[in-house]
Design a protein. Structure first.
Length: 337
């Protein structure tokens, strides 16, 4: 391994170490903030739980063990929807949404396979579905980001008379972010109408879903919304309408989120590859064909000047070299030098 390759390898390793350090530091800082925000409410909820626990144990003469079993079973019933009315929970509608949460890695957990066959098939479904979903989202995100990028360049060239628009990558990232905010706001309003949530809860759920975090603390039940009863839709009609609404927002949300991520990564990539002497110039010029051609021409001219300087230096130093080392220059007349 040459010295240049060793240096490059060391530089890449150091950069990876810095990125890992920043990630760990960022995680620690966020953990401190989350703990500071949530610990007081957690203590209040624990006191409320202890009071209710004592009340129900005395009212129904239950032991500690019986109470825990009862709460555990009741929580499962409520979470899976059995508390409202028992119907065949595994149907195509619920299976469709379960598969969607698997391939998108949302994993809300409202419905899960309990049989050996179901869990085994879930593994194979995820192994193929997750990479396929990532490829689709990456392709969609890159195409939308490229469209925004080119549109900004054309607008600035046409209306601002800029031959070489500046900071297009950053502007594209801002536009993508505003698109994501718009989708989150519309989705939050939709959840407020159909699910009776607060507007903030709707926005929070949509962001958690579209970023594929999927805590499962909130889950929309559009098909059970009272608003659909006013439309006179039957059970199947409600499910079709709910599927259409949720799929529309999911496709939009995942696509826009992927676009934002691609835009941010492009900006970071551009900034990390721009030399320090070019930091004040347009970062996206590294991807502009015109600027690339200009830089190549400058490099070629600089290289030719360097070759000329070397030739002149060799000609001047030829008279000082011994006859056996000067080669062809030794036959040059002294008057020429």
């Amino acid at each position: 391994m040459t010295a240049a390759l060793k240096f490059q390898h060391t530089r890449q390793s150091f950069r990876l170490f810095i990125l890992l350090f920043i990630l760990v530091l960022y995680t620690c800082v966020c953990a401190v903030v989350f703990n500071a925000l949530e610990v007081a409410n957690d203590e209040r909820q624990y006191e409320i739980y202890q009071g209710k626990k004592k009340h129900y144990k005395q009212k129904y003469n239950m032991s500690e063990e019986d109470f825990i079993h009862f709460i555990t079973d009741a929580n499962v019933l409520v979470k899976r929807g059995y508390a409202e009315s028992y119907k065949n929970y595994w149907n195509f509608y619920h299976a469709f949404w379960f598969t969607t949460t698997v391939v998108t890695t949302m994993g809300f957990g409202q419905i899960v396979p309990l049989t050996f066959g179901g869990r085994l098939f879930c593994i194979f479904c995820a192994l193929l579905g997750i990479p396929l979903n990532l490829v689709v989202l990456k392709t969609v995100g890159e195409r939308i980001n490229r469209y925004i990028y080119n549109t900004i360049k054309q607008v600035e060239k046409k209306y601002h008379r800029k031959r070489r628009p500046s900071h297009v990558g950053i502007k594209a990232a801002v536009v993508s972010f505003l698109m994501m905010v718009a989708v989150l706001l519309v989705g939050g309003a939709s959840d407020m109408i159909f699910d009776g949530w607060t507007f903030f809860d709707g926005v929070y759920f949509n962001f958690i879903a579209y970023s594929t975090i999927g805590f499962g603390d909130l889950f929309p039940r559009v098909e059970k919304s009272s608003k659909l009863d006013e439309l006179g839709l039957g059970e199947n009609g409600k499910r079709l309408f709910a599927t259409f609404v949720m799929m529309t927002f999911m496709i939009l949300g995942l696509s826009v989120t992927s676009t934002v991520i691609c835009s941010i990564l492009n900006v970071i990539d551009e900034m990390s590859h721009v030399p320090a002497t070019w930091r004040t110039k347009s970062t996206e010029s590294s991807r502009d064909p015109d600027s690339v051609t200009l830089r190549n021409l400058k490099k070629k001219i600089s290289k030719e000047k360097l070759e000329i300087n070397k030739l002149e230096l060799n000609e001047k130093s030829g008279k000082d070299l011994p006859h056996e080392q000067s080669g062809k220059e030794s036959h040059i007349p002294k008057s020429f030098c």
